[in-house]
Design a protein around this ligand. Sequence first.
Ligand SMILES: O=C(O)CCC(=O)C(=O)O
Ligand SMILES: [Fe+2]
Length: 294
Amino acid sequence: MEKRSLEELDIRSWDETFDAAVQNKMTEALEGGKILYFPSLSFSLSPQELLLLDPEKMSPKSKNISFDLRSNGLQGMQCTQEEEEVMRAMIKRFAISSRKLLDALIPHYQSSVIQAKTSFRPVEIFGRKSSYRKDDTRLHVDSFPSNPVKGQRIMRVFTNINPNGQPRVWRAGEPFKDVVEKIAPRVSNPIPGVNHLLKLLKITKSLRTPYDHYMLQIHDEMKRDMNYQQTVPQEEIQFPPGSSWIVFTDLVSHAAMSGQHVLEQTFYLPAKGQKHPEYSPLATLERYFNRQLI
Ligand SMILES: O=C(O)CCC(=O)C(=O)O
Ligand SMILES: [Fe+2]
């Protein structure tokens, strides 16, 4: 698969070690807006775990099952206690494996990276109904309405664990700089005081910074504009079962079109913790608006 969005690396284990040349190449590619793609990095499941891939094990209101390594907490299941423990162990193993890989591949992040939630996504994406803002089949850069990141980077590790040979199909869009040039002129500026109100009303978990405001506006405007969705330069990527990938989802315009059964680990990284802070969405937006945004 020759794709401009991908930087491929043939590894087979989550415990791999890497020499400096590979570490450098991967760090540059990731920060430069590529998806690091590991076509043969699978995540093996036990027979017991395979039985839990059925979306029926989820509580009806959940979009996915989520786990927090910091608290050992598991959310989103509706099943027996025993099944819950099997699921917890599976997701936890993925959380630990993905951290191990990241530390070995990009040691530069080790001291400042924050491991956030891990998720298991057992629901078929294709045909799922949602409002346009929540519709991840539309190209977007990640930004969370209730969870301001204050300039921290959002990085995600994925593994397709589909047992039926079904790929996870993504689209990758244009470079972030181009997104900003096209979309930012149309977004509104933050209204002074509104961020305090949002926090008071508990709509946001902490104060929404101007950076979070603009990222959310860009996220929403990209998804709203169907003409943009259809005409922007883009490519389709198929991630087969048994493959893994790492991407800065706040930088890389992406859409998940179809697929079922993926494991996902989210990391936050302070922009100062990256090798090239000047490549961050924060730096790009601060250059564009010509002011400080956090
Ligand atoms: O579930 C997926 O494949 C990706 C969805 C998405 O947009 C994301 O996790 O940021
Ligand atoms: Fe996303």
